[in-house]
Ligand binder design. Structure first.
Ligand SMILES: [Zn+2]
Length: 425
């Protein structure tokens, strides 16, 4: 509902018109804009759950996919720019349903672009940023229906809704709505008994008002009892794992009836204690391709002491792993989310760690990939635009040298990342 409002808002159509006019002015006849790119010979896994095409052809024009199928079924248009991808695998760009931009380094435009670029370098081509964004993030959200995008797409929730009274909370809801956010976000958590939880009276009022404004609401929660209460109150997304106990049949029934999605964000637990000693990933070339080792080591030393207080999150992770498996086995939608962005939760790299954890929980590589592509797009209601490799969607995809359907760790074998039909440079 709000996604369509967002994608086709007057402001966005304005940007599209500006883009068209500029394209015409700069391109003359527009021949460059009409150029077809033909990606030939790759295995193509389209993110719908269909079996991969072993020797595929994908055609892209003006940033969008126009054809996906077996090579040889249709001719490659004359004049197309042909990219030979024999032996490679193409999957849709990854969608993180719960990340953050601007948590570190400020909410300014340049910082946000750098963070979205970092996500993109790791193949995360869309980030649903659930809280803490300001107008610069909203502006970037409004500037992404175009070709030439060299960063991840972003959707925003604005200020996390807080407050000790209904009125105070609803004032934040209104400010977010006035800023034209995609989501509302609230937290129902006592941080292992160290802080006050938002009351049911307040969160119910916030959820109701969000719905009146045509906006969906994502809930941070920890306890099974709160997840059930939030489902009863009408939450539209469970934005973390249930981590205090195993989910029960009542919860699974409620989640099924709600039709909403659940995101595990298990790397969030890892981040609370992993810096108690030197993490293995500090020596991982995939991590070091974008992060500085010395800087990370200094950060780790500064974090070491605080991780002692985070020991209960080790058990919370074990519970979370069991719950992911139980929810997927019940046929309910689990989507990839990480809560990256705050210090120590590394954008881009932790998304791959999250995929590994989902596999560790017992999901097949295909289930893990679906959670980060087609299913994630459906949950965010952006599946008409991205998430699968089908005609009319933006051509956001990753070219891999190894097949991630064999082993999810092969999602790291990134040869190139494409957004709106162009490879990142
Ligand atoms: Zn978060």
């Amino acid at each position: 509902m709000n996604t369509h409002r967002t994608l086709f808002s007057p402001r966005r159509i304005g940007w599209i018109l500006v883009g068209c006019v500029l394209g015409f002015a700069l391109g003359g006849t527009g021949s460059a804009a009409q150029q077809v790119t033909a990606l030939v010979g790759a295995r193509i896994w389209d993110g719908t759950g269909a079996e991969a095409i072993s020797n595929g052809l994908m055609l892209v024009r003006d940033g969008r996919i126009t054809y996906v199928g077996e090579r040889g079924d249709v001719p490659v248009p004359s004049g197309a720019a042909v990219v030979n991808l024999n032996g490679r695998t193409i999957i849709p760009g990854l969608i993180n349903t719960h990340g953050h931009v601007g948590s570190v380094g400020g909410s300014g435009r340049e910082n946000l672009i750098a963070q979205l670029r970092l996500y993109a370098e790791y193949g995360v081509t869309t980030v649903n940023s659930l809280g803490g964004e300001g107008p610069a993030a909203v502006a970037l959200r409004d500037e992404q229906s175009m070709t030439g995008l060299d960063r991840a797409r972003v959707f925003v929730a604005g200020a996390v809704v807080t407050g000790n009274t209904v009125d105070a909370a609803l004032a934040i809801v209104q400010r977010n709505a006035d800023m034209d956010v995609d989501w509302m976000k609230l937290r129902v958590d006592d941080n292992l008994g160290s802080s006050q939880k938002m009351s049911p009276q307040i969160y119910s009022a916030v959820i109701d008002r969000s719905h009146e404004l045509g906006l969906r609401l994502a809930s941070h929660m920890f306890y099974l009892s709160d997840a059930k209460a939030l489902l009863r109150a009408g939450t539209d997304f469970l934005a973390h794992s249930i981590r205090d106990m195993d989910v029960d049949q009542e919860f699974l029934g409620m989640l099924a009836a709600s039709g909403i999605c659940y995101t595990p964000t298990m790397t969030r637990e890892i981040s609370t204690y992993v810096y108690e000693s030197r993490p293995d990933f500090f020596d991982d070339p995939f991590f070091l391709s974008h992060f500085d080792q010395a800087e990370q080591e200094r950060f780790q030393e500064s974090r070491q002491a605080s991780s002692a207080r985070a020991q209960p999150y080790k058990e919370a992770l074990r519970v979370a792993l069991r719950n992911v498996k139980a929810i997927v086995d019940a046929g309910l939608p689990v989507v990839m989310g990480t809560d990256t962005g705050p210090a120590g939760r590394h954008q881009g790299y932790f998304e791959h760690m999250e995929l590994d954890l989902m596999a560790e929980a017992g999901l097949t590589p295909e289930q893990v990939l679906l959670s980060a592509t087609g299913l994630a797009a459906e949950c965010l209601r952006i599946d008409d635009e991205i998430g699968t490799l089908r005609p009319n969607r933006w051509a956001d995809f990753i070219v891999l040298t190894e097949n991630p359907l064999d082993d999810i760790r092969n999602a790291r074998s990134i040869e190139s990342v494409w957004i709106a039909g162009e490879a990142l440079r």
